[in-house]
Design a protein around this ligand. Structure first.
Ligand code: NAP
Length: 328
């Protein structure tokens, strides 16, 4: 079993910033990367609002720079997902990964973020990867010269729709209300783009596909419902990109840490969860701001609290190299 002072679950801007701070404070730090280094931001093509980049940057570049900066101070990156935690006995906490490895950590920072929300309509799951996508950066290239549908009326939908105009012949944004939620700046840009059109007060009821030559079926049309008139009609499309918000990845902790009604993690003003020594940062607790920079700020705060918490119990901490760990 491996032993660390700090275990960080998740590698988005919150986790990477926390790793920089705890590693730089000379605390042995391991980051469990999860399925995708950087999380959601690494699927964002253009990042224009992270301070320090006057010409903008890309999600993958930002993530790589943050990782390198944390590594420079000794943070270790483990490309595995944490599948089990035991917070019930207090610090040190036990973590298990999908590789079967076990770790003991004196403090844990949960920065595991949120996942794209699904529409839960017929055809959605069937056509994922064959016309249905939740990531424009990952899949936009496959829709060169095609007619693309984007679902949602928030910042993500408009920002990704703008990105998709680089590839698609047309991009139609379908929003369930007649009033967009997105920022005015993005609305202005999207409305000025000749490739983008809007269909308001409309929901998708069904995604349909047809066989692609000898290959598997791919998306060909969607069934739409005008929620004001009740009219139902079919519309041809080659791809459906869904950006209707995100759900926190809190399922791993649901029996051990206090969660809000909508499953976000509850924390105090020091970023501490309901268990002493376990801290949280980023979209796992934040359903409001959800920016890379707010997640990074959160990660910093959680790390400083963890450093202080460890400092206060320094006399009780066992040296990492001499500690006897059951199972070793
Ligand atoms: P969001 O702001 O929650 O917007 C989700 C959109 O999807 C809303 O328009 C919502 O409609 C719609 N929606 C939700 N469930 C739906 C369903 N079942 N069927 C159809 N439509 C549905 O989510 P987001 O756009 O992902 O943004 C999340 C946060 O990240 C926000 O705080 C945003 O400001 C931030 N963000 C910022 C940037 C940026 O600064 N450039 C970029 C991306 C995201 P209603 O409006 O009717 O609720």
């Amino acid at each position: 079993m491996k032993r660390e002072r700090v275990a960080i679950i998740g590698s988005g801007p919150a986790g990477l910033t926390a790793a920089l701070y705890t590693a730089r404070a000379q605390l042995s730090t391991v980051v469990f990367v999860g399925k995708l280094l950087g999380g959601q931001i690494s699927t964002t093509h253009e990042v224009e609002n992270f301070p320090g980049f006057p010409n903008g940057t890309t999600g993958p570049e930002l993530v790589e720079n943050m990782k390198q900066q944390a590594e420079k101070f000794g943070a270790k990156f483990v490309f595995e997902s944490v599948t089990e935690v035991d917070f019930t006995k207090g610090s040190p906490f036990l973590l298990k990964t999908d590789n079967g490895d076990e770790y003991l950590a004196d403090t844990v920072l949960v920065t595991i973020g949120a996942n794209p929300r699904e529409l839960n309509i017929p055809g959605e799951r069937t056509f994922v990867g064959r016309g249905v996508s939740y990531c424009a950066t990952c899949d936009g290239f496959f829709f060169r010269g095609k007619d693309i549908t984007v679902v949602g009326g928030g910042d993500s939908a408009l920002q990704e729709a703008l990105f998709l105009t680089k590839f698609g012949k047309t991009v139609n944004i379908i929003h369930r209300r007649d009033d967009l939620r997105a920022s005015i700046a993005l609305q202005v840009r999207a409305k000025a783009n000749p490739k983008i059109s809007f269909t308001y007060s409309t929901i998708i009821e069904d995604i349909k596909g047809e066989a692609n030559g000898g290959g598997p079926a791919i998306v060909k049309s969607i069934t739409l419902k005008d929620v004001k008139t009740g009219q139902i009609y079919e519309k041809p499309t080659d791809g459906v990109f869904i950006f209707v918000g995100y759900d926190p990845n809190s399922w791993l902790f649901k029996d051990q840490l206090a969660l809000s009604g909508d499953q976000y993690m509850k924390i105090d003003s020091n970023m501490q969860t309901s268990i002493e020594g376990v801290f949280a940062a980023g979209e796992i607790h934040d359903s409001v701001f959800r920016q890379a920079i707010t997640a990074a700020g959160d990660g910093c705060k959680a790390a400083l609290s963890a450093i202080k918490w460890l400092g206060e119990r320094e006399d009780k901490l066992q040296p990492l190299d001499t500690v006897a760990v059951a199972g070793d």
